[in-house]
Design a protein around this ligand. Structure first.
Ligand SMILES: *[C@@H]1O[C@H](CO)[C@@H](O)[C@H](O)[C@H]1NC(C)=O
Ligand SMILES: *[C@@H]1O[C@H](CO)[C@@H](O)[C@H](O)[C@H]1NC(C)=O
Ligand SMILES: *[C@@H]1O[C@H](CO)[C@@H](O)[C@H](O)[C@H]1NC(C)=O
Ligand SMILES: *[C@@H]1O[C@H](CO)[C@@H](O)[C@H](O)[C@H]1NC(C)=O
Length: 456
């Protein structure tokens, strides 16, 4: 869906200007799918075979070279072995349509598919059945995280990634760095139950990420620095690590980020801001409509994060961050209280706002909140300024309105790290009661129709 402010205002007056202000301009490819497929480069014309054995790598590179000035690269249904990785550079006006499964057989590190220095790019499945199967378990069962990431976008502008599944990456699933004007939607990510298998990591400008499901045991959809004007909504962390900002180190520059409608089930946290020392600023952030169930941490600002080696500096300055409308339960509110602001003494948090925060514990009858050098309103936040020692308050009264719906598809067991992980279907719902913003299978839903016109 091409997103622009004019149509947003016309079509949906209920989306406030505040929403529109989030993105700094249009996102997505600038030419239509129909225009791009005037020239088709099917990988089969370059030697690829959907036989599960022939390496698709060289054919994909060759198809890119022929179609990179405008065209549609078509990877049809079936299983395509990938033994060598591709770096696709310098494209303009290209759609890569993946309707089958790219099955990792090669063992190099790096990125299976990297797209860089390109613009007007769409990476999608027309049938919603396209997937990259990373077979990460083959690495993980040996305790190794040395395999490749599945997909990386670097210095790409005006792009979309949608209606695909990214499964069992040996390392990270999808990274977008130094990109702009992108849209990512209707994406299902399912990885092993281990750290180091991030779902979506983004450090970029003007990006809309919506309707994404992640199962793994590390980052769900996470923002790193530098990042500006990012709208992240309808996110289903379905047994995951959870969403985060970070790890934040030196010269952090993050602003104008909204996370909205984030459902987190059985994860490490609902939202964590993680750093240890460091410098720079993260500001003007809204984190609203969060539902959690069975998570270890919930709201967790930890600027003394022990899993990170300290970075030089007094701390990353957190300013003007609103946490609004959080409901549900945490796993054990006495072990890990649902509200934690451990701000850096050298750079106390300012203008934190907690509004309508009602989280209760699934174990026991009390929970705690902790604030350190954290200023603002609501929860345990203190007014004034300057550093102060951690203050813990115990809560014994059940907060009113904490009860929150669950999702029918919540996972009860993870996928471990030693067995092949099945490719999921693309969901139609990523947050209770909220339908995905775009219909499945492509812009306007027509790419997947079985009419001749919709075929590549
Ligand atoms: C995919 O590749 C793995 C090896 O990485 C192999 O074990 C598996 O059989 C392949 N799957 C298909 C459907 O070809
Ligand atoms: C605080 O952040 C919100 C959300 O990004 C923004 O609308 C508001 O202008 C910011 N406030 C200040 C004082 O900058
Ligand atoms: C709070 O979030 C819930 C979903 O958890 C949503 O139904 C409700 O509309 C939100 N309330 C406000 C005031 O946005
Ligand atoms: C959550 O994971 C389970 C197990 O893989 C899956 O059946 C379900 O579809 C997932 N939820 C969504 C919304 O896809």
């Amino acid at each position: 869906m091409r997103f622009n402010f004019e149509s947003l205002f016309l079509l949906s007056s209920f989306l406030l200007p505040f929403t529109a202000a989030q993105l700094s301009g249009s996102v997505g490819p600038t030419t239509s799918y129909a225009d791009k497929r005037k020239k088709v480069c099917a990988v089969t014309a370059y030697g690829a075979k959907a036989d599960g054995k022939t390496d698709i790598g060289p054919a994909l590179s060759a198809a890119w070279n022929d179609c990179k000035s405008g065209g549609a690269i078509y990877i049809g249904s079936g299983t395509w072995a990938m033994n060598t990785w591709v770096t696709l550079t310098g494209g303009t006006g290209v759609v890569i349509r993946l309707d089958g499964v790219i099955n990792r057989t090669g063992t190099d590190g790096g990125n299976m598919i990297m797209i860089e220095h390109s613009s007007d790019i769409e990476f999608m499945s027309g049938t919603g059945r396209g997937a990259i199967q990373g077979n990460g378990y083959i690495f993980h069962q040996q305790g190794s995280l040395s395999g490749p990431r599945l997909l990386r976008f670097y210095e790409v502008q005006d792009f979309s990634v949608h209606d695909i599944a990214l499964v069992d990456s040996p390392a990270f699933h999808f990274t977008m760095d130094t990109c702009s004007n992108g849209e990512v939607y209707n994406v299902a990510i399912r990885g092993g139950n281990s750290g180091g298998l991030d779902g979506v990591d983004v450090w970029s400008t003007n990006i809309w990420i919506h309707d994404v499901m992640v199962t793994n045991k590390d980052e769900c959809v996470t923002v790193k620095s530098p990042a500006q004007n990012i709208l992240i909504e309808n996110i289903y962390c379905n047994l995951s690590g959870g969403c985060a900002f970070g790890s934040l180190g030196a010269d952090v520059d993050i602003s104008d980020i909204i996370y909205r409608n984030v459902y987190t089930w059985g994860s490490n946290q609902m939202l964590m801001i993680k750093s240890n020392g460091g410098s720079g600023t993260m500001k003007d952030v809204v984190l609203e409509n969060f539902i959690g169930h069975g998570n270890a941490y919930s709201l967790n600002v930890d600027q003394y994060w022990a899993s990170m080696s300290p970075v030089a500096g007094d701390g990353v300055q957190l300013d003007n961050i609103t946490f609004s409308n959080w409901t549900g339960t945490c796993s054990n509110g006495i072990q890990r209280g649902p509200m934690q602001f451990k701000c850096a003494d050298g750079a106390p948090c300012t203008n934190m706002q907690v509004v309508d925060f009602a989280m209760w514990t699934e174990t026991g009858t009390s929970e705690y909140e902790i604030c350190r050098s954290a200023h603002g309103t609501g929860g345990c936040l203190e007014s004034g300024s300057g550093e102060y020692d951690a203050v813990t308050s115990t809560i014994t009264a059940t907060p009113s309105g904490y009860a929150a719906p669950t999702m029918a598809a919540d996972l009860s067991t993870d996928f471990g790290t030693t067995m092949s992980i099945p490719i999921p279907a693309i969901p139609t719902m990523y947050f209770p009661g909220v339908q995905a913003i775009s219909a499945k299978n492509g812009p306007g839903g027509c790419v997947s129709c079985s009419t001749a016109a919709a075929k590549i």
